[in-house]
Design a protein around this ligand. Structure first.
Ligand code: PGA
Length: 243
C-alpha cells in the first residue's frame, strides 16, 4: 500500500485528480469507480478543470458508483445520482448512459444488487476505484460489523454514519436508514484503489489501515490486502501515523 501525505485538502484534491487523469490518459476507455461525500468534491473540481483545459477527455469512459440511499429518487438533492450529476457529470463530456449508480428505488432490491455486480463484470471490472472513509472506518457503506458482505448488498446505516451524513439534510430524521452498497469483495476486485481522507476526524480510521491488522471492525483495514492501493491523506488525517 502506498501512502501519500499532503499539506491540505486542496493538495489532496490535485494529487487524487492527477492519479485519475493518469489512468484515463493511459486507457481512454477506463471504467472509473467513483464516490460521493465531501472528500471527492475538490478532486472532481480538478478533473472538470482538466476537461475544460482540454487535457482530459471523458467521452469513452464508463463510471460506476459505490452506493446509493434506498428510497431517494434520482432527482432528490441528496441522492448520490444527483450528487454525481451536479458535481461531475454535467460538467464533463461523459456519456450519461455510461454512468452507473445503484437504483435505490428498485422494487426488488436484491435483484438490483445482483444486476449491479453483473454489470461491473460485464464492463470488465473497475480500473480504478475511488474511496472516501467514514470516521468509523467504513468504505462505501460497508459499516464496521462482525462480518462483511463481499457483493453488492443492502445495508442498515449505523447511527454514527446517520449522524455524520445529517449535515447534508434539513433534519437528521430525513437521512435514509438503508442503502445499497458495493461490498468489500467488489471493491477489492478493482485493479487500483485510491482512498482519500482529510481532517482530524478521519485520523483514527486511517491509523487502522496501517495497523498491520485486518478487522471487519475497520472495513478499510482490508485494503492492506490489495496489490495497488494508494492512500492519499492530508496532515490532519495522518496525525496518528508514523511516516
Ligand atoms: P465524507 O464521507 O467524504 O463526506 O467525509 C466519507 C465516507 O463516509 O465514506
Amino acid at each position: 500500500m502506498k501512502l501519500i501525505v499532503v499539506e491540505n485538502y486542496e493538495e489532496l484534491s490535485k494529487v487524487a485528480a492527477q492519479e485519475y487523469a493518469n489512468v484515463i490518459k493511459e486507457n481512454p476507455k477506463a471504467v472509473l469507480g467513483l464516490a460521493t461525500g465531501g472528500s471527492p468534491i475538490g478532486m472532481y473540481k480538478e478533473l472538470i478543470k482538466m476537461y475544460e483545459n482540454k487535457e482530459l477527455d471523458f467521452s469513452n469512459v464508463t463510471t460506476v458508483n459505490l452506493d446509493e440511499y434506498v428510497g431517494l429518487n434520482p432527482e432528490h438533492e441528496q441522492s448520490y445520482r444527483h450528487f454525481m450529476n451536479e458535481n461531475l457529470f454535467k460538467h464533463i463530456n461523459v456519456d450519461i448512459t455510461k454512468t452507473f449508480v445503484p437504483n435505490g428505488l428498485a422494487e426488488d432490491l436484491a435483484a438490483q444488487c445482483k444486476e449491479y455486480d453483473e454489470k461491473i463484470k460485464e464492463l470488465g471490472g473497475i480500473d480504478v476505484q475511488l474511496l472516501g472513509i467514514g470516521n468509523n472506518g467504513h468504505i462505501a457503506f460497508n459499516e464496521p460489523d462482525t462480518e462483511l458482505s463481499a457483493g453488492t448488498h443492502v445495508i442498515s446505516l449505523t447511527q454514527n454514519t446517520i449522524e455524520a451524513n445529517a449535515r447534508f439534510f434539513d433534519n437528521i430524521d430525513d437521512v435514509p436508514k438503508t442503502a445499497i452498497t458495493m461490498g468489500v469483495g467488489g471493491i477489492m476486485k478493482a485493479k487500483k484503489i485510491i482512498l482519500i481522507a482529510s481532517g482530524e476526524s478521519k485520523a483514527e480510521a486511517i491509523k487502522g489501515i496501517f495497523s498491520g491488522k485486518i478487522t471487519t471492525e475497520n472495513p478499510a483495514s482490508m485494503l492492506q490486502m490489495h496489490r495497488d492501493a494508494v492512500v492519499i491523506v492530508d496532515k490532519d488525517a495522518a496525525k496518528l501515523l508514523n511516516y
